[in-house]
Design a protein around this ligand. Structure first.
Ligand code: NCD
Length: 304
């Protein structure tokens, strides 16, 4: 029985396998329509979500399975003080697989140590978000056809943005990936990602506060939302929230085949005028997330 808590829980070969499976699902959806008949996915979300929870649920329905959904922690026994460990043991009695989002870093790991079914981390605090990375990887594969020899700009809240941490971890294992880290001073990448992933693997990177000066060199621009819910005070959030706003004008110096990504939800980081640009890939990421979650559910349930 395997869980996926960190993107590094999956080998490079397994990532390739998941991407290939997702592409096969896209090409032949009917082949997969009953693969999970009789199986149940429980979604336990202790934090707000639109895409992650609903795409997990859509994924399980499209595999012919069923879903038990807990979208509001206030209506669960967590509100009475139940531990994550006890919740995980309990849900294991009802479901074959669990997707959990939690505001506390490490909560899905604790759940996986206590559950008797696979647990998938659907986002833990400001730490990791491996299944968003799966969506991102399928998008990069479909747009660029490769994960190596790319310059990836990550822009916005690199401190609290869990999607950024997981994406850097995943891409750190490919050849000749260069990271351009664009953020305000206060929202720089945490040292555990910079030291333990980027520097440890001798990856090329630059840090800057200026998006426009690095625009021409980017193959991928990954915009992120300033993570309001992780701030200690509202004043800091208000000061930093509009640090970067991507507009058609700012894209004038960008490569013709730039891939513009964002895990969504967007607040102000990308002006809606950019949506018309053929380089905008963020709504493709949404759809790709569903296919990759289908592939991951099949893998963890060991469905052939
Ligand atoms: C992200 C998240 O929850 O970390 N959203 C998502 O799952 N697509 C990004 C965010 O909330 O900013």
């Amino acid at each position: 029985m395997r869980s996926v808590i960190d993107i590094l829980d999956l080998s490079v070969e397994e990532l390739d396998e998941l991407v290939a499976c997702a592409k096969d699902i896209i090409a032949n959806p009917s082949k997969y329509a009953h693969k999970c008949a009789g199986k149940k996915l429980a979604t336990l979300f202790f934090e707000p979500s639109t895409r992650t929870r609903l795409s997990f649920e859509a994924a399980m329905y499209e595999l012919g399975g069923n879903v038990l959904s807990m979208s509001d922690a206030k209506s669960s026994s967590a509100a009475k003080g139940e531990s994550v460990a006890d919740t995980a043991k309990t849900i294991s009695c009802y479901a074959d697989i669990i997707a959990m989002r939690h505001p506390k870093e490490g909560a899905p790991l604790v759940a996986s140590m206590n559950a008797s079914v696979p647990v998938i981390n659907a986002g833990d605090g400001g730490h990791n978000h491996p299944t968003q990375t799966l969506a991102d990887l399928l998008t990069i594969s479909r747009e660029k056809g490769r994960f190596d020899n790319i310059t990836v700009g990550l822009c916005g809240d690199l401190k609290f943005g869990r999607t950024v941490h997981s994406l850097i971890s995943a891409l750190s294992r490919y050849e000749n990936v260069k990271f351009v880290l664009i953020s305000p001073e206060e929202l720089k990448l945490p040292s555990y990602v910079k030291k333990d992933i980027i520097q440890k693997n001798n990856l090329e990177y630059v840090q800057t506060t200026d998006l426009e000066s690095v625009m021409p060199e980017l193959d991928i621009l990954y915009m992120t939302r300033v993570q309001r819910e992780r701030f200690f005070n509202e004043e800091d959030y208000l000061r930093l929230k509009d640090s970067y706003i991507l507009t058609p004008e700012k894209l004038e110096t960008a490569k013709k085949d730039l891939c513009i990504m964002h895990p969504l939800p967007r607040v102000n980081e990308i002006s809606v005028a950019v949506d018309e640009d053929p380089r905008a890939c963020y709504f493709d990421q949404v759809l790709n997330g569903k296919y990759m979650r289908m592939a991951l559910i099949l893998k963890l349930l060991e469905v052939k």
